[in-house]
Design a protein around this ligand. Structure first.
Ligand SMILES: Cc1cc2nc3c(=O)[nH]c(=O)nc-3n(C[C@H](O)[C@H](O)[C@H](O)COP(=O)(O)OP(=O)(O)OC[C@H]3O[C@@H](n4cnc5c(N)ncnc54)[C@H](O)[C@@H]3O)c2cc1C
Length: 421
């Protein structure tokens, strides 16, 4: 009989886990409460935090070679069809904040500046909040990478907005309009004219507007004969919509069931059927309790791919939150898993201790990364031995304590959890 695996969470870690478990013949159900970190991120695909890569490159005086993806991760990325993760070389992407930063890979809608040398990159002006082509061009031209490669960014007048409401609608709505082939052809004509007027260029950089159901930049570039792509937008970009569309297509293609629901609790059931699993007990299976449903879902194993603090898997719960009009009754661990489960929370150093302050940790000191020390907000998660959290319970992605909060790290642990479940 097929093993049954329940994956909680439909971010990139849950998707990788589902894909990997299906490849091994398991029957897979993915249950998710909605948007997590993957759907909020901008489309950069990193293995380690890019600031670390940048620091190391500066120290060594040149770009670092990018490590090859493991074969399973490469296969997964190919089937997802959303990213370009070049072998051997990192991509270079421009952010809307005016930085040029390395990335191990990118959503195919983002412009890769890596291959460009001694050329001009045109940035069309558009009357939209958060898009200032003049300021962006000045900031990007001043970046060390641009100066070293002889890249100049030029703001230009090109009518890339077609209708008046496009000055105000959300990036996702504007991106969705470019899913329409007729609208993409309209944009193509405008970019052709802009290129002619500017006397040619090496690339064109646009806002995060090039497709909501799929990245449209490559089709546009092929027809224009010049690379066109998006700048990276920090949080809430259409890259999240493109991920969700690619995810749903992949889950359907591999025959995994995908359903909506908020999981309240996970419990392991032992061979004795007494609902209690002791340490070392292999466990017989798990029960998953979903909000608003009386009958729990049963499976051979569950994978917690519920994200960290940003994705909803971990909640910030300092003792002060439980205080009434007076002081809290006692100090307490200031984080809680958002699901009741027989697992331990920790960070990179070990299990979490009770903080001495009634108000929780000093977030302004401990929350953010400093040097090589990860910030507390990012490091907290489920303590695991590899990806194993408890008998019958595995974890993947940003739900795991102390791992890098990146897309490719979530893929790595997702693939492993799916294989071991
Ligand atoms: C704004 C932002 C920018 C980022 N930028 C980058 C970047 O540039 N490069 C990079 O590599 N990484 C970036 N990251 C980090 C990266 O996106 C995450 O590390 C990765 O996507 C985590 O994936 P995940 O699947 O583990 O978690 P998530 O994507 O958070 O998925 C968690 C899933 O669990 C579900 N869930 C949670 N609780 C429950 C419950 N009780 N019941 C059912 N479902 C539940 C959620 O609905 C969601 O589907 C960024 C993250 C954010 C938030």
């Amino acid at each position: 009989m097929e093993r049954s695996i329940l994956v909680i969470g439909a971010g990139v870690a849950g998707l990788a886990a589902a894909w990997s478990a299906r490849r091994r013949g398991a029957q897979v159900t993915v249950i998710s409460a909605g948007v997590g970190e993957t759907a909020l991120a901008g489309g950069a695909v990193d293995d380690v935090p890019w600031e670390q890569v940048e620091r190391a490159a500066r120290l060594l005086g040149g770009d670092l070679p990018a490590g090859d993806l493991a074969p399973a991760a490469r296969q997964f990325a190919a089937e997802l069809g959303l990213w370009d993760v070049p072998q051997g070389a990192a991509a270079r992407i421009a952010t809307v904040a005016g930085r040029i930063r390395p990335a191990r890979g990118r959503d195919r809608a983002l412009l890769d500046l890596g291959p460009l040398r001694r050329t001009r990159v045109l940035i069309p002006r558009a009357a939209r909040g958060a898009w200032d082509a003049d300021a962006l061009a000045a900031a990007l031209s001043d970046e060390p990478f641009a100066r070293a490669r002889g890249l100049r960014f030029l703001p230009i007048d090109a009518p890339v907005l077609r209708f008046d409401d496009e000055r105000r609608i959300a990036d996702g709505d504007l991106a969705a309009r470019h899913d329409d082939p007729a609208r993409l052809s309209w944009l193509l004509d405008r970019l052709h004219q802009a290129l002619d007027a500017a006397g040619g260029a090496g690339a064109i950089l646009l806002g995060p507007w090039l497709g909501a159901r799929a990245p449209r930049a490559e089709a546009l570039s092929a027809r224009l004969g010049v690379p066109v792509g998006e700048a990276l937008f920090g949080a809430g970009s259409p890259a999240g919509l493109r991920f969700e569309a690619a995810r749903d297509a992949l889950l359907a293609a591999i025959g995994a069931t995908h359903r909506h629901g908020r999981v309240r609790a996970v419990s392991a059931v032992s061979a004795g059927g007494d609902g209690h699993v002791g340490p070392g007990d292999p466990g017989d299976g798990v029960l998953v309790h979903v909000d608003g449903e009386d009958v729990p879902l049963a499976a051979d194993a569950v994978i917690l791919a519920i994200g960290g603090l940003a994705g909803g898997g971990v909640a910030y719960a300092p003792p002060a939150h439980r205080a009434g009009p007076d002081l809290p009754a006692r100090g307490a661990v200031p984080f809680a898993l958002s699901i009741a489960a027989p697992v331990t929370l920790g960070d990179a150093r070990g299990p979490l201790g009770v903080v001495s302050s009634m108000h929780g940790p000093e977030l302004d000191v401990a929350a953010w990364p400093r040097g090589d020390r990860p910030g507390a907000l990012e490091a907290v998660g489920v303590r695991c031995d590899g990806v194993r959290a408890a008998p019958g319970i595995l974890a993947a992605g940003a739900a795991i304590a102390g791992r890098a909060r990146t897309v490719l790290d979530a893929v790595t642990t997702g693939l492993r959890a799916g294989a071991e479940a």
